[in-house]
Write a protein that binds this ligand. Structure first.
Ligand SMILES: [Zn+2]
Length: 426
């Protein structure tokens, strides 16, 4: 039997905690629909556990939201909240959380990293005010958002959430925002001495190296939303205006949806050969929203984890450098296992013991793509790679349950409990 049950639900994890070694990394994977939501817990004998929440996932019905809130109530204090980018499958759970977290009633959040409209727009800096007419039009865009979501069966979220975006909530809750970056944009910057992406020390034993976004990506994103805004016959000017901020953050998410849905959707053909999937031509269809993801390397003692958000392979490759080689304990595969976000060229320089592929395949039906999984396993390796799917019902997981492939390509599937928080220890 190829499948080995080594992922533990949270209840079992508490038991494991008691017998843990002197230091350990736990990654809790939430059942966040087609979105991302991970709680990383870093433990060592010398200091208190350090908690990082990465994205809030998509809220489809209440179970995920309740699980996330219950879990955060247990830990009481969150050292860092990273919202990788603005798309609803990453941001929605955070909006719900902050709405309910008045006076830290759920969890105390020590710092949030998120590039909101003001950070994205930072490089252009137009300061003329908005006319009332523009504000009215922007309000209409937001009202349209609400009605669109009400009629969409998938988006079962409250009207309040539909009308809310993250920026005003961060301000209402008075959260320390991008403090490590002096309140400015979370961005990849090269260290002058090493010529590598700069590392930020979170604690003496924990560091984060930001790989994306770059300044160029954010400028492109800024131009992109300006075009989207202008196509709605709306001029913008005042960057601090709450209505504008809401409208822009909404437009960014909405426009990404349109770009993706206009693409021809080809569901990967069912075949019994990994080599076939590997041999298919690569395309590099990416959106600027996804490319703006905060992607990073998290280091804790000798452990290295690569969280890619929905970042594009070429951007990661150009940050790390073609002639480098990086082995990670874990890689969170970009954009829910999309074939266009993981490239053979990137996988020539990065590898890992564990790969997390997070989606229930409900939004982009083909996710995770078999082409993406094939690129990961179709490379020589000395030790087995673990492939961790948080929804074993997706078709790629079903196809990979092939013991012959498992032996040939040296991988093991992690069997998670669908709908539960699944915790892996690294
Ligand atoms: Zn996503």
């Amino acid at each position: 039997m190829l499948i080995k049950k080594i992922v533990k639900p949270t209840t079992f994890y508490y038991f494991c905690e008691k017998i843990k070694n002197t230091m350990a990394v736990f990654v809790e994977i939430f059942p966040a629909s087609y979105g991302d939501c991970f709680l990383v817990r870093l433990e060592s004998e010398d200091s208190k556990p350090y908690h990082i929440l990465i994205d809030g996932g998509k809220i489809c019905g209440n179970p995920h939201k309740n699980k996330l809130i219950e879990r955060l109530q247990q830990i009481q204090s969150l050292d860092l909240l990273i919202v990788t980018h603005i798309d609803d499958d990453h941001i929605e759970g955070i909006i719900e959380l902050l709405e309910q977290n008045e006076n830290d009633s759920i969890v105390h959040i020590k710092e949030i990293w998120f590039n909101g409209f003001r950070h994205i727009h930072y490089y252009i800096g137009d300061t003329q005010g908005l006319s009332q007419d523009h504000i009215n039009r922007l309000d209409k865009i937001l009202a349209h958002r609400k009605s669109k979501q009400d009629t969409n069966g998938i988006k079962e979220i409250s009207a309040d959430t539909a009308h809310n975006t993250l920026t005003p909530l961060i301000m209402q809750r008075n959260l320390p925002w991008n403090q490590r970056f002096l309140g400015e944009t979370v961005i990849m910057e090269k260290d002058m001495e090493t010529n590598q992406a700069r590392k930020y020390e979170l604690r003496k034993d924990i560091s984060i190296q930001i790989l994306t976004p770059t300044k160029e990506i954010l400028m492109e994103l800024d131009n992109f939303w300006l075009k989207a805004l202008n196509s709605k016959n709306t001029k913008y000017n005042e960057v601090e205006d709450e209505i504008l901020t809401k409208a822009v953050e909404y437009l960014l998410a909405q426009t990404e949806e349109e770009v993706e849905s206009n693409q021809i959707k080809t569901v990967s053909a069912v075949t019994n050969d990994i080599e076939y999937y590997y041999s298919l031509n690569e395309t590099k269809n990416t959106t600027i929203n996804n490319r703006s993801s905060i992607s990073f390397i998290l280091e804790f003692y000798d452990k290295k984890l690569l969280f890619l958000g929905d970042a594009a392979a070429d951007d990661i490759l150009s940050c790390l450098g073609k002639d480098t080689n990086h082995h990670f304990d874990l890689i969170k595969v970009s954009h829910h296992g999309s074939k266009t976000y993981t490239s053979k060229a990137l996988l020539e320089i990065v590898d890992a013991d564990n790969f997390i592929i997070s989606t229930n395949g409900k939004r982009y039906k083909q996710h995770p793509d078999m082409e993406c999984i094939a690129k990961i396993v179709y490379r020589p390796t000395e030790s087995k790679r673990n492939l961790i799917f948080n929804y074993p019902s997706v078709s790629a997981y079903q196809l990979m349950q092939n013991s012959e492939w498992g032996n040939t390509y040296k991988y093991e599937l992690y069997s998670t409990i669908e709908g539960e928080i699944n915790t892996i220890e690294i």
